[in-house]
Design a protein around this ligand. Structure first.
Ligand code: FES
Ligand code: FES
Length: 167
């Protein structure tokens, strides 16, 4: 990871694992996750807060990791898309719903959508279609036309409420 100028040692917990690492003070959180920790599931599209591809959870709340510095994460907990699944070979209900509803094509936007919805659904366990569209309005997808993503999110909400998946 290339950095210019000063560096600092930070301690950050990512997907439940603590990392203590020296990082340049100008390195973004997105670049630290991707290049410092090798967690390339967090994607970088616009690099100025518009596309949502770099969304991760910061102490449980969604943030644009391209708009934060890695040093700001010192002492905090991050969840990336790699930390969503409950275990090896298993998928989170949200991931299952995306798979079942073809909620992705190229997959570039998917990590950001999953982390956005991972924050949204517990706060809104029975959302309307409109609620979902508003929730994901900061996540750009160039492939799907969004309908399959919305269907996946609504189905995931149902699964998380403990009901049978929609047919
Ligand atoms: S890369 Fe961060 S919002 Fe687009
Ligand atoms: S699936 Fe390709 S950008 Fe969304």
């Amino acid at each position: 990871m290339r950095s210019i100028g000063e560096s600092r040692t930070i301690a950050v917990t990512v997907n439940g694992r603590r990392h203590e690492q020296e990082v340049g003070t100008r390195v973004t959180l997105a670049d630290f996750l991707r290049h410092g920790l090798g967690l390339t599931g967090t994607h970088v599209g616009c690099e100025h807060g518009v596309c949502g591809a770099c969304t991760v959870l910061f102490d449980g709340r969604s943030v644009r990791s391209c708009l934060m510095l890695a040093v700001q994460a010192d002492g905090h907990e991050i969840t990336t898309v790699e930390g969503i699944a409950p275990g090896p070979g298993a998928l989170h209900p949200l991931q299952e719903a995306f798979r079942d509803h073809h909620g992705l094509q190229c997959g570039f936007c998917t990590p950001g959508l999953l982390t956005t919805l991972l924050e949204f659904l517990p706060d809104n366990p029975d959302p309307t279609e409109e609620d979902v569209r508003v929730a994901i309005s900061g996540n750009l997808c160039r492939c799907t036309g969004y309908n399959s993503i919305v269907a996946a999110a609504l189905d995931a909400a149902q699964r998380l409420r403990g009901k049978e998946p929609a047919a």
